[in-house]
Design a protein around this ligand. Structure first.
Ligand code: BG6
Length: 510
């Protein structure tokens, strides 16, 4: 286990939901595992007027997100954790002099001997990132001569290629690139990281991982929930910005990338950037029409309960053209992947919550047995990101009896079978990495821009292209009726079930 240096974590936007829901539970897990630095405090900063005690109550002692866990430990143990939390009211605005904040940080540093190391976690709207970075720099709080300074920023990182570039340049005026950690919580998921291990630690996969053996790659990210209480945010974002530009393209980059020279952060990140830059950018309207599908969920009844359509959701424009379903077919312009289609879809209000990658292998070059075939009998490697995390290999076996009838068999591995291993939550892992200065699982500026480079033309086409369509799908089904048109000539999307070995066609709708 690497030792984590003493430090202060300053959370901007600390009164918001993310702090209580994700960050503090992640810190609590690190506390339980004995992985917090010896001298460590958290300073929440935002515009609400709160005392240290009120903050401790809100995010620790009375937090609904910690309730069950807290019960399992003694009061003293929990109190010792809560006492690491402090709060500073920034007044009416983040755009203010940080002299008082600086003084508070200094006092905490001296009192708790945290040394000058500081992480600034920006859990505020992205429009404030540059302002906060500037104000920190103005107050002399970004300099590294008295301990390191790091800044973690949440998504969305930009709204388009142009705004992402502006944001990168804006932040880089005040913090150096190596100080900036852009969080993508999918990279914190064990199963996403395992994509690298599956590929590069197994000589049974590595030689096959290319156009010669892989027919196509399919990625599904489905959520059963709708936009919940985030209609206002989501309506300005949509599935492509909310999930595809970041989380799904991160997964794509790990599938597409060339082997890195080593597991050093920059070696891995360099290969990921190269991978993203090799995605063929679609510019032609016909190409965009043929290779993209967007849709919105409409009202429906699921398990006997009425469910609202997207346009009826709170905070959503009644005439909204924001997509809750996005499916994209694309190619990768490099030696490894030439002519191998990738199909990626993400959506809300699907029949189940699932994220999986399916590698469809080609039919053997010479078919000896009539009964094999791409649709169901050929080899598939299913990498299940969530839930029921695991890996499934589908392969053909002979049906006992006369002749050579081929049947499909499953070879499966489940993470849950590694019972003795504690699987870290995404935020837990990512926070610990940032505390230790490991940026492998954080997105670099050029990586984010390369992803936007690919996504931008699709967004522009969807906004104002000729013949662009918005389809509907009843909440609780696998997308619009024409969704299989994208998989032209190959078959259908594999509609996965809640467990790894469920066969396609699974549906929970009543
Ligand atoms: C977030 C999106 O980044 O990821 C949400 O903003 C989405 O809309 C969430 O629900 C999904 O994350 P997970 O880890 O539950 O798949």
């Amino acid at each position: 286990m690497n030792k984590t240096e003493n430090q202060i974590l300053v959370i901007f936007g600390a009164s918001g939901d993310l702090t209580a829901r994700k960050l503090v539970p992640a810190l609590f897990n690190l506390y339980l595992a004995g992985q917090l630095p010896e001298n460590f405090v958290v300073l929440g900063a935002s515009r609400s007027d709160m005392t240290d005690n009120a903050f401790r109550n809100k995010v620790v002692l009375e937090s609904t997100y910690l309730k069950t866990k807290i019960k399992e430990h003694s009061d003293d143990y929990i109190k010792a954790f809560a006492n690491k939390f402090f709060y500073e009211d920034l007044g009416g605005s983040y755009d203010t002099d940080y002299g008082r904040l600086r003084k508070r940080v200094e006092d905490l540093k001296n009192k708790y001997q945290t040394s000058g190391n500081i992480i600034y976690y920006l859990s505020t709207p992205p429009t404030l990132y540059e302002t906060i970075a500037q104000r920190l720099a103005d107050a002399g709080m970004s300099t590294q001569n008295n301990g390191w300074k790091r800044m973690i920023v949440e998504k969305p990182f930009g709204y388009s290629l142009e705004t992402a570039k502006q944001l990168n340049q804006g932040l880089q005026q005040f913090f150096e690139e190596h100080q900036i950690y852009r969080i993508d919580h999918y990279l914190g998921k064990e199963t996403v990281q395992n994509l690298l291990v599956t590929r590069f630690a197994n000589s049974i996969f590595e030689p096959l991982w290319n156009r010669n053996y892989i027919h196509h790659v399919e990625i599904t990210n489905a959520e059963s929930v709708g936009v919940e209480k985030r209609g206002g945010y989501y309506d300005k974002s949509g599935a492509l910005r909310d999930m595809f530009q970041n989380h799904l393209l991160q997964i794509v980059s790990l599938i597409v990338m060339e082997p890195p020279i080593s597991d050093a952060p920059e070696d891995i990140r360099n290969e990921k950037v190269k991978a993203l830059k090799s995605l063929r950018v679609m510019k032609d309207e016909q190409e965009l029409f043929d290779n993209t599908i967007r849709a919105q969920y409409t009202s429906s009844v699921i398990d006997g309960e009425p469910v609202k359509g997207y346009r009826e959701e709170e905070g959503v424009d009644k005439n909204s053209t924001t997509e809750t379903y996005a499916a994209i077919k694309f190619f990768v312009d490099n030696w490894r992947w030439k002519d191998t289609p990738f199909y990626v879809r993400t959506a809300k209000r699907m029949p189940t919550k699932v994220t999986e990658v399916v590698i469809h292998f080609k039919t053997p070059h010479h078919q000896v047995f009539q009964e094999s075939g791409l649709d169901n009998k050929d080899n598939k490697l299913v990498i299940r990101i969530q839930p029921d995390e695991g890996i499934l290999i589908k392969f053909g076996v002979k049906v006992p009896g006369q002749g050579f009838k081929v049947e499909r068999a499953n070879l499966d591995f489940y993470y849950s079978s590694l019972a003795e291993t504690h699987v870290m939550e995404a935020y837990e892992r990512l926070l610990l990495d940032a505390m230790q200065g490991d940026a492998t699982l954080y997105a670099r500026a050029d990586e984010v821009e390369a992803a936007w480079e690919f996504v931008d033309p699709i967004l522009k086409y969807w906004e104002s292209g000729k013949d662009v369509r918005m389809y509907g799908y009843a909440a609780g089904v696998w997308g619009p009726e024409n969704s299989n048109e994208l998989i032209d000539g190959i078959g259908e999307w594999r509609n996965p079930g809640a467990s790894l070995t469920d066969d396609p066609g699974f549906c929970v709708i009543c």
